[in-house]
Design a protein around this ligand. Structure first.
Ligand SMILES: Cc1cc2nc3c(=O)[nH]c(=O)nc-3n(C[C@H](O)[C@H](O)[C@H](O)COP(=O)(O)OP(=O)(O)OC[C@H]3O[C@@H](n4cnc5c(N)ncnc54)[C@H](O)[C@@H]3O)c2cc1C
Length: 596
């Protein structure tokens, strides 16, 4: 069974939870009416189901390969990327001035989710280009924008992100690649970058590497890192391609998952120096790269959600088809396994977590749109702060849960899940990278604690908790056991999150190691409470639709049931997490190194 975009749920979240109508009234977003958005999503769904999803399993079986410095991507990838680019999908969210379609992030995000859901390994090339575009839009000179943006936005060229070196992974202070200034204002780049996604491939005419390097006498650590554009082929003044630059792929990795996506070792400057151009000012590279990373981190969160959706769809199809054992309530013969309570529990785990993560991410996308387009500067700043708080959660939590979802998908398949031909095993393998690249979950949690919670004394977090409490008040107005349960567990979740935010903000100075011992659990708690909040909002809106006599009663009833499940099975974990964070650091830190 091939992936189909969950259009109905996507449109529900966009319209009802993320306020697409409101986004489409922002200056510059007027073209994104709900009708246009629906048409865009339908086209995108058709394209990914028809052209991209069918390449997923084949790419896993026959990965990209390296030969004599060139990388040959899996069968069909090159042609599919051309179709993707020609149809304008790369430029969906990028400015019309550079060949894009200028649609808001809220409309682009479901399309990105679909692409990742259909084929993670393929979609990565677009994700990295998005990040490069974002960095150049923010920090590039006018000349750089004129030279590089249109070919990137239209998918004629692709972009990469070159941070990692053998000794510099999570710790970019250790970057050693050198950039030596030349008389003509360019730099010569020397060094080795590893793990570079789509660092070399045959899907586009040129590859624009964004490279972190140090200039001579730069300060130690992250304050001495600069950002350079190093194209694979130099670009002539008229935009045509010039000489081959001294940046070469010396090998690609053999990996657990996302096998079709080439992960390159790039050697810069082995033949005299790769020519690079400084982006912005010297020593501000990490700051610029963070722009790219925030875009890419959000994108990786969408990878987790897309993959979860695909794993769920496959598991549902299998559970309806596979016949095994009698129904517990009695049946003439064996029944399909979807009748067994534990299989339903697995499917509801998968479904509810995917829906919660999707809802939170789309709400985040709408905040980004308001942060960029709202007419009022103070409102823009407020939205930006909330968006930035959510980015590590959208990245960290959505990808952590995608591994649970993919694992449950294998479990639903039983032995067939362990056998490669069903595709369930591929999801499980592919999911593992998502909590590692673009900053591991621990690095996301460090960001959440340090920059996003301690720096403002928990102000943004508490603002969100106040909004959760407003939803609790809405729930209180509704009758029935479902709403009572959702409200009870959401209220407890909000109280637990608030206590943890206070603990984190209050203890950073006195007991920093204890705070960081609980950082990943804090990230997951924030995801569960804020995701659970969106599920609760969805339930309230669904009840209003039912009360108004909406003809799609089955969809809205299922929304309420799914929100209740999430509350009973995930929100209820909040108190244990609170205890682990506030009281559990001693056990994390007590053993000496020798005792391990
Ligand atoms: C398939 C693939 C594609 C990639 N694509 C790219 C790319 O396109 N561009 C690029 O530049 N890089 C890329 N990377 C590199 C990736 O971003 C790094 O692997 C990642 O940031 C982790 O760095 P590391 O592997 O050195 O692990 P390490 O940094 O050595 O981390 C090992 C463990 O220590 C933990 N740890 C380290 N420091 C801390 C800390 N301060 N606090 C808490 N825990 C910590 C980590 O969470 C992790 O669990 C890719 C990697 C892979 C595998």
């Amino acid at each position: 069974m091939s992936y189909q975009a969950p259009l109905k749920d996507m449109l529900f979240v966009m319209n009802e939870l993320a306020n697409l109508q409101g986004v489409s009234q922002l200056p510059g977003c007027e073209d994104a009416s709900p009708e246009t958005a629906e048409a865009v999503l339908e086209e995108s769904a058709k394209f990914v189901a028809g052209e991209i999803a069918p390449l997923n399993h084949a790419g896993d079986k026959e990965p990209s390969y390296w030969k004599d410095g060139n990388v040959f991507t899996s069968k069909g990838f090159k042609e599919a990327f051309k179709q993707f680019a020609d149809a304008g999908w790369q430029g969906l969210q990028h400015p019309t001035d550079f060949g894009g379609q200028g649609l808001p992030k809220l409309v682009g995000t479901p399309c990105v989710e679909m692409l990742h859901g259909a084929n993670l390994a393929f979609a990565l090339v677009a994700l990295l280009s998005d990040g490069a575009i974002e960095a150049l839009l923010t920090a590039g000179s006018d000349e750089m924008k004129a030279t590089y943006l249109e070919p990137l936005v239209t998918g004629k060229w692709t972009g990469t992100m070159n941070l990692t070196e053998p000794q510099a992974g999570s710790d970019l202070a250790a970057v050693r690649t050198r950039a030596v200034p030349q008389d003509d204002g360019t730099y010569k780049i020397f060094g080795t970058k590893i793990f570079i996604t789509y660092g070399e491939h045959d899907m586009a005419e040129n590859i624009i590497h964004l490279v972190l390097a140090r200039t001579p006498n730069a300060p130690e650590g992250v304050k001495g890192i600069s950002l350079f554009i190093v194209p694979k082929f130099m670009v002539n003044a008229d935009g045509s391609l010039g000489a081959r630059n001294d940046a070469h792929c010396v090998s690609i990795e053999h990996k657990l998952g996302i096998k079709a996506s080439p992960t390159a070792v790039l050697q810069f400057g082995d033949n005299g120096g790769a020519i690079g151009t400084l982006v912005g000012e010297e020593n501000r590279g990490l700051e610029y790269m963070f722009i790219m990373m925030n875009a890419a981190r959000f994108g990786v969160g969408m990878q987790g959600i897309g993959l979860s959706e695909n794993a769920y769809q496959q598991a549902v199809a299998f559970a309806k088809d596979r016949v095994q054992s009698r129904d517990l309530a009695g049946s003439a013969g064996p029944v399909s396994i979807i009748h067994h309570p534990d299989v339903r529990r697995l499917l509801m785990n998968m479904r509810s977590q995917t829906e919660a993560a999707r809802a939170l991410a789309y709400v985040g996308a709408a905040l980004y749109d308001a942060a960029h387009h709202h007419a009022d500067a103070a409102t823009r700043a407020e939205n930006q702060a909330v968006y930035e708080y959510l980015v590590p959660i959208i990245k960290g939590w959505s990808t952590e849960l995608s591994q649970d979802v993919a694992r449950d998908g294998v479990q639903v398949h039983g032995g067939m899940g362990f056998i490669e031909e069903t595709g369930a095993a591929q999801h499980y393998r592919d999911a593992k990278i998502l909590t590692i690249y673009e900053g591991t979950t621990a690095i996301q949690a460090n960001d959440l604690v340090g920059r996003k919670t301690v720096r403002d004394g928990g102000k943004v977090a508490k603002g969100l908790i106040a909004q959760v409490r407003a939803t609790e008040a809405e729930l209180a107005k509704l009758d029935g056991a479902d709403f009572a349960a959702i409200r009870k567990h959401l209220a407890q979740g909000a109280a637990d999150l608030e206590a943890v935010v206070e603990y984190v903000a209050g203890n950073m100075k006195t007991d920093i190691k204890a705070v960081f011992a609980g950082s990943v659990t804090y990230l997951k708690l924030a995801g569960i409470v804020l995701g659970g909040w969106q599920m609760a909002r969805a339930a309230v809106i669904s009840q209003q639709k039912l009360d108004a006599g909406d003809s799609d009663a089955s969809f809205y009833r299922a929304k309420i049931v799914t929100a209740r499940f999430f509350a009973d099975h995930f929100l209820t974990q909040s108190s244990g997490m609170r205890t682990a964070i506030i009281e559990g650091s001693a056990g994390v830190l007590a053993l000496s190194e020798e005792q391990f």
